[in-house]
Design a protein. Structure first.
Length: 259
């Protein structure tokens, strides 16, 4: 039996916006673990706290209370040097809107995180060639974003999130701006990366098609986790997709069951 270690631990995470009468509780004490090599999905309605959670893990925003641990280390306690390393090499972030710079080529966009953090370019070029081949973007590395399709831009963004060989990839609605064909192609690539290199992926999505590629899904409502759905061993993605649709149709109250 293969043992999976805890890679990410989220402990009683809370995030408030505003004060007193204008106080909004975006996260209300979320706790969960993400295992090494897991493909974990986060689902919920708009305003449920999904992106706030992801941004707390990415240190884009600071939680009001609670802790986020990566490999047992509390990222809230990091000094500026450790925080820069965490953002630059320990996590990769895949944005819904691609986040590519218009005046840089695909190759320059992919290598940008390494140039910012002063990493080894010899190693980076080898990694770039491998990722470009795998993601089928070799022929567009010299093109600018305006010369690429949406699917190509998102695959370039995926390569950028992976170039530093991060411990975990955070994906925020990665298929949200893509057509159905491009979305499926991207998800197939992310699933292959997860399985072939045991890369841990934490993905926020509202799309049941994208969610069906996950091994486990956490459902968030009003800032709390209230349901969990696990993909059964050997279960076909189509069957898991059907169970996700059934659950979404049934949800209306706060259940803590694991299906």
């Amino acid at each position: 039996m293969v043992r999976h270690e805890k890679l990410l631990e989220v402990q009683d995470l809370q995030k408030n916006y505003g004060k007193k009468d204008n106080l909004t509780k975006a996260l209300r004490g979320i706790s969960f673990d993400a295992l090494s090599g897991e493909f974990l999905g986060i689902m919920g309605a708009s305003g449920s706290g999904k992106t706030t959670l992801l941004n707390c893990i990415a240190t884009i925003i600071k939680p009001t209370s609670g802790r986020v641990l990566l490999n047992g280390k509390n990222i809230s306690a990091f000094d500026s040097k450790d925080l820069a390393e965490y953002r630059g090499s320990r996590i990769g972030y895949l944005f819904q809107d691609f986040g590519l710079l218009d005046n840089l080529t695909g190759q320059e966009n992919i290598l940008l995180p390494l140039s910012i953090h002063g990493m080894d370019f010899a190693k980076a070029n080898a990694q770039l060639n491998e990722l470009a081949d795998f993601l089928e973007i070799t022929d567009i590395l010299d093109k600018f974003p305006s010369q690429m399709s949406g699917g190509q831009q998102q695959r370039v963004a995926a390569a950028r999130s992976l170039i530093s060989d991060p411990d975990i990839v955070l994906a925020d609605e990665p298929t949200g701006a893509l057509d159905t064909r491009s979305a499926k192609k991207l998800m197939n690539k992310l699933e292959s990366i997860n399985k072939s290199s045991k890369r841990t992926i934490l993905m926020v999505t509202h799309d049941p098609n994208a969610a069906s590629f996950c091994s486990r899904i956490l459902f968030i409502q009003d800032g709390i986790i209230f349901h969990e759905l696990r993909r059964k061993q050997g279960e076909a993605r189509e069957k898991f997709y059907e169970r996700i649709l059934q659950l979404l149709a049934q949800l209306g109250g706060g259940s803590a069951n694991v299906l």
